[in-house]
Design a binder for this molecule. Structure first.
Ligand code: CA
Ligand code: CA
Ligand code: CA
Ligand code: CA
Length: 508
């Protein structure tokens, strides 16, 4: 996967949240539009520094705690945060360490993915487990608007973060939540946090790399820095030294293999049809059955095409028989459709299109996932190498944890309406075929003007730009049936790529 310069869509479970303040796509508008103060009374415990019901404060007494929040130290960490919280002195002798608190606004915990994050703030963890603000005593306070339900995430720089399994009661403006009293307080239950003594639950130690997993890279890093002292990610028990007391937590018999249960991905549920292979109820899979589908994504084949993309998506074999072809999915982040210009692209990924129109990842089973922060609204573009690309007419909204969009069931589902895609049959719409050169327009350049002339390809078989119906051959079925005369003059309506069409250069 890859890869616009800005970001990626990922299948990986471990991801990075990039923005300091994240805004949920405003799919619904709250009746409580005015921001309000939310006082958080949170309690968590860290496994590393846990000692007889409280936590040690060695980093504090040794003078190792930094005066500025440390979550900007590792851009690859799940908790990477560039906030400017700082103090002139550590305000309280009971401070254990800095923690990062994140608010997510979602209809359910499963939906509370990174895109639902609305605010973050660094604070201090005291030895009794309470989290306080920079003055060392008062509750952490956020001023924000909650549209759905409020979930809270707590990160520590070398422990696995936790998210509340329950939404916080915000009716009084004071939200208390104690993670330590039951496994069910953390999302993921006993895989989300650890019972350290009977009845007390703590955050799992030893994610020294900050990637949300405890595994070999943590162990390797620890051995690399063994013997160091100070404020160090590898000092798992927070005693100021990377020393033997840290070791059990990175050995196989302790937290090895654990991973954060905080929802980290957002799923895309997309449906689109291609006109060429559409066969009354679904699309044909003849390129697949004849073995013509390439194992590497094909969108690097034409640097002049609108869909030119050099990502590394590759499969060792085509994972299922109902795959029609590769498509390229692109995410744009803009306040409205008309402003979703190429400069708003935040991610691209090549994927497989199934014969029922479903878009899936290269693993052959999962929906596409992405971890981008959408600060405005999410718009989705879909490209095919010889069909005309489409963009969602409206922003894509989150439902049950999935950003779902179906381009197929009405003219208005593609931006631009009935000139953006074609009616295949009643209440069924698909992408225009015949854009052989990928410039977003169907005209003579796709047919008789280009060096790769249709007629010169006539009779060839394989994975070919002029095989508009995707049956594996360039033949008169592509040219002589309704598609070419019907589509000549059509062009993509994707913002930034649309042009005036019907310029007289469109006839056979
Ligand atoms: Ca790790
Ligand atoms: Ca230590
Ligand atoms: Ca074209
Ligand atoms: Ca054909």
């Amino acid at each position: 996967m890859k890869a616009t310069p800005k970001n990626t869509i990922q299948h990986a479970v471990v991801t990075v949240v990039l923005a300091m303040v994240l805004i949920v796509p405003m799919t619904t508008i709250s009746v409580n539009a005015e921001p309000t103060d939310i006082h958080l009374g949170l309690t968590v415990m860290l496994e590393g520094s846990f000692d007889c019901g409280v936590m040690t404060t060695d980093l504090n007494t040794l003078g190792y705690l930094p005066l500025q929040q440390p979550y900007d130290s590792n851009p690859d960490a799940v908790w990477y945060y560039t906030g400017i919280e700082s103090v002139t002195a550590i305000p309280n002798a009971d401070v254990v360490d800095w923690v990062l608190v994140e608010l997510r606004d979602a209809a359910s915990p499963a939906c509370a993915t990174p895109t639902t994050t609305i605010s973050r703030q660094a604070g201090f963890l005291l030895n009794d487990g309470s989290i306080v603000g920079l003055d060392g005593t008062s509750d952490l306070t956020f001023t924000t608007t909650i549209t759905h339900d409020l979930y809270v995430v707590v990160y520590h720089r070398n422990h696995l973060g936790v998210m509340s399994a329950l939404s916080l009661d915000k009716s009084t403006g004071i939200c208390t939540y104690d993670f330590t009293v039951s496994e069910d307080r953390a999302y993921g239950g006993s895989t989300g946090q650890k019972e350290i003594i009977p009845g007390t639950w703590v955050m799992f130690a030893a994610d020294v790399t900050g990637d949300g997993q405890v595994n070999n890279p943590d162990k390797f890093l620890w051995y690399q820095y063994a013997g160091c002292s100070g404020y160090h990610a590898c000092d798992i028990n927070l005693d100021g030294q990377v020393n033997n007391p840290d070791k059990p937590s990175i050995e196989d018999y302790w937290n090895f293999g654990r991973g954060s249960q905080i929802p980290q991905e957002t799923t895309l549920g997309l449906k689109v049809y291609l006109q060429g292979p559409f066969d009354d109820t679904e699309m044909t899979t003849q390129l697949n059955s004849q073995g013509f589908l390439p194992l590497k994504q094909p969108f690097d084949s034409n640097s002049e095409a609108l869909w030119y993309y050099t990502g590394p998506e590759y499969v060792s074999s085509i994972p299922r028989t109902d795959i029609v072809d590769w498509v390229l999915v692109e995410l744009r982040d803009a306040p409205e459709a008309a402003l979703a210009l190429p400069s708003t692209i935040v991610a691209q990924e090549a994927a497989f299109l199934l014969n029922d129109g479903t878009v899936i990842g290269t693993d052959g089973s999962s929906n596409l996932k992405f971890t981008q922060t959408i600060t405005n609204q999410l718009f989705v573009c879909i490209y095919h190498r010889n069909h005309v690309g489409v963009m969602s007419a409206t922003h894509v909204s989150l439902s049950d944890g999935v950003f779902s969009y179906d381009f197929t069931h009405s003219a208005g589902k593609a931006y631009g309406g009935d000139v953006a895609h074609i009616k295949l049959k009643a209440a069924t719409w698909g992408m225009f075929a015949c854009d052989s050169n990928g410039d977003g327009q169907v005209n003579n350049k796709d047919n008789i003007d280009e060096p790769s002339l249709f007629n010169e390809n006539l009779g060839l078989s394989g994975y070919l730009p002029h095989d508009w119906n995707l049956d594996g051959q360039v033949n008169n079925f592509d040219k002589l049936d309704v598609r070419w005369p019907q589509n000549a003059g059509k062009g993509t309506q994707i913002p930034g790529y649309s042009k005036i069409t019907g310029n007289g250069d469109n006839t056979l």
